[in-house]
Design a protein around this ligand. Structure first.
Ligand SMILES: Cc1cc2nc3c(=O)[nH]c(=O)nc-3n(C[C@H](O)[C@H](O)[C@H](O)COP(=O)(O)OP(=O)(O)OC[C@H]3O[C@@H](n4cnc5c(N)ncnc54)[C@H](O)[C@@H]3O)c2cc1C
Ligand SMILES: NC(=O)c1ccc[n+]([C@@H]2O[C@H](COP(=O)([O-])OP(=O)(O)OC[C@H]3O[C@@H](n4cnc5c(N)ncnc54)[C@H](O)[C@@H]3O)[C@@H](O)[C@H]2O)c1
Length: 525
């Protein structure tokens, strides 16, 4: 429908809900918002499926899998001798990666959007006031970000969309680049180039010891690159210290030079495409030094993508994450005396930067919007026990309309070797919240399931227990396939299952999950 006559909205196309950003999170929000009969438009500037599908989760995990499989085989008698000396063959790996990203073509995801009845609007969207979104056509040559993979459009001028009820911002995040002399001019890789490269550089410097840096250092070492990782402090600083230490040791084992305590001073690349030199202070000897490689990957964090989304038109500060309440309504939007109409989810909120946690938020916001504005009695509409909270009211914790897990039970898996998986609070985070906690730690290699999995199986598990309530508030696992151990811990944390009841959750023998029994025994049960 096209609006005529309404002030400032003349010629605007109307939808009940407009979602800006068609990454995994926006897709989920759009799908769920449409389930009570609301019309939903999804605005996407590049590829439907977002960073995760084409330049993040999927290609990175594809690049990491062969090295993990080879290492697993090398630890099993009867196979270890056969695979000794084998290296990952980059050609088929890169080809597999290309298949997993559908050759950077989003036709499959667009087909899914069609199947759930969501209207795709291609182009760069930005807020233009309350419930208004302007979309620059994707073939605008002045915008870099609309070029890749998006088909042309008939619209020369911005297209105006008006939401009858709600706008959801799910524009994700962009890489942060530190202000280091020479860095920008050296045209370093970001995670995009690292995950989509068509050839493996002979050597690679990775700047940043977080999740991207640790995973990509692993992948490129597996693919045959000589990798140097420069980190300001220990690796994976968001995780328990023992996890980062294990990943650092793992990287060294596969030949990565890991330098910690590094502060980068300057970057030089005299010839475009030629070798790049990174000069730094610190890094072990304390005197610093320089490292030269064929390529440089900058992996120093990501920032919410709000700089170019028009948030200033509704009284918010561009460049900052969109603060949300637990219904995912954006806080501090003008005008402030009306029912919430602006929502956000995913990386753009600054809450977490993982696909699964963002998709969870997308489900929450979609359900909130569907319940607040749609027809819940419509045939096929989901049934809910909970009442949607009144605008401005706190949602009931753990209801369908509250992203409670963001605070209490967010999880993450880092696909390094060893893998690292955690949920809920680290020991440090629990102490910062004033909880009285006790940790129990157990070596996974001392569990029968570990010893039958591999010779010299090594890994560590740790629970953080709230001693007052006698419930698990956090867990970390480090070891081969540690990510597969995580969900039991997530259920224990979300369910606030008392230790005395967990005692009756009997882990099967001989699985690595038997560590749960050992944890409880170590706690004194
Ligand atoms: C290398 C790497 C590996 C990762 N691996 C994992 C992993 O294994 N597991 C995991 O859980 N997480 C992983 N992540 C994190 C994960 O990719 C993000 O948390 C996730 O993509 C966030 O989803 P999103 O929908 O919020 O944002 P995005 O995926 O960034 O999607 C946002 C979308 O919005 C579009 N957009 C932006 N601005 C506009 C605009 N103005 N108008 C229209 N469209 C716009 C973008 O084009 C994009 O399609 C990884 C990240 C990186 C960098
Ligand atoms: N498996 C997964 O779930 C997965 C994989 C990759 C990325 N991600 C997400 O993507 C996001 C971005 O990843 P990331 O690794 O870029 O960020 P990160 O926050 O995990 O790590 C960034 C690292 O860069 C360091 N750093 C910052 N400025 C620096 C500087 N000037 N010099 C040297 N080091 C500097 C930080 O100290 C930190 O260690 C993360 O939040 C992560 O959750 C998730």
């Amino acid at each position: 429908m096209t609006v005529t006559g309404a002030s400032g909205t003349e010629g605007a196309d109307e939808f009940d809900v407009i979602v800006v950003g068609g990454g995994p999170v926006g897709e989920n929000a759009a799908d769920r918002a449409s389930r009570t009969g609301l019309t939903v438009a999804l605005v996407e500037a590049e590829l439907v499926g977002g960073e995760c599908s084409y330049w993040a989760c999927i290609p990175s995990k594809t690049l990491l899998r062969p090295g993990a499989a080879l290492a697993a085989a090398a630890a099993v008698p009867g196979l270890s001798a056969q695979v000794e000396g084998l290296a990952v063959d980059p050609g088929p790996v890169l080809a597999w990666r290309d298949r997993m990203t559908s050759g950077w073509d989003d036709a499959g995801q667009v087909g899914w959007l069609d199947s759930v009845g969501v209207t795709l609007v291609r182009g760069h969207g930005r807020l233009a006031g309350e419930r208004l979104v302007e979309v620059d056509p994707p073939d605008d040559p002045s915008r870099d970000d609309t070029a890749a993979g998006a088909p042309g459009s008939d619209h020369a001028a911005p297209r105006r969309l008006r939401a009858r009820h709600a706008v959801v911002v799910a524009t994700g995040s962009v890489p942060a680049q530190p202000d280091v002399p020479g860095l920008a001019g050296a045209l370093p890789w970001s995670s995009r180039e690292a995950t989509s490269a068509s050839a493996v550089p002979e050597s690679l410097v990775v700047l940043g010891g977080g999740v991207v840096g640790s995973e990509m250092a692993t992948a490129y070492a597996d693919l045959g690159s000589h990798v140097t990782l420069l980190a300001r402090h220990g690796l994976l600083s968001g995780a328990e210290d023992f996890a980062g230490e294990a990943v650092e040791a793992g990287l060294r084992t596969i030949g990565v030079d890991v330098l910690t305590g590094v502060s980068v001073r300057a970057v030089e690349r005299p010839e475009p495409g030629g070798p790049v030199t990174v000069r730094f202070d610190g890094g072990g000897s304390g005197d610093g030094g320089a490292v030269t490689a064929a390529e440089l990957l900058v992996a120093t964090g990501r920032v919410a993508r709000t700089a170019d989304v028009g948030v200033e038109t509704v009284g918010l500060e561009p460049g900052r994450p969109l603060a949300v309440d637990d219904t995912m309504a954006v806080v501090g939007v003008e005008p402030g005396d009306r029912a919430p109409w602006l929502y956000a989810c995913g990386d753009v909120t600054g809450r977490h930067q993982t696909t699964h946690q963002g998709k969870y938020q997308g489900r929450v916001v979609g359900d909130v919007i569907a319940a607040r504005f749609g027809d819940a009695r419509r045939e096929g509409a989901p049934t809910r026990d909970d009442a949607v909270p009144a605008p401005g009211a706190e949602p009931r914790r753990w209801s369908r309309y509250a992203a409670s897990a963001d605070d209490a039970a967010a999880s993450q898996v880092v696909f390094t070797r060893p893998q690292v998986a955690w949920v809920g609070l680290t020991e440090r985070a629990a102490a910062a919240r004033g909880l009285d906690v006790r940790t129990v730690r157990y070596e996974l290699g001392d569990v029968s399931g570990g010893s039958v999995t591999a010779v010299g199986y090594r890994g560590t598990g740790q629970l953080v227990v709230d001693t007052r309530r006698r419930v698990v508030v956090g867990a970390t696992f480090v070891g081969p396939d540690a990510g597969e151990l995580l969900h039991a811990a997530t259920i224990a944390v979300v369910g606030e299952v008392p230790l005395d009841r967990l005692w009756h959750a009997v882990p099967a023998y001989p699985t690595v999950s038997e560590v749960w029994l050992r944890f409880l025994e170590a706690y004194g049960l």
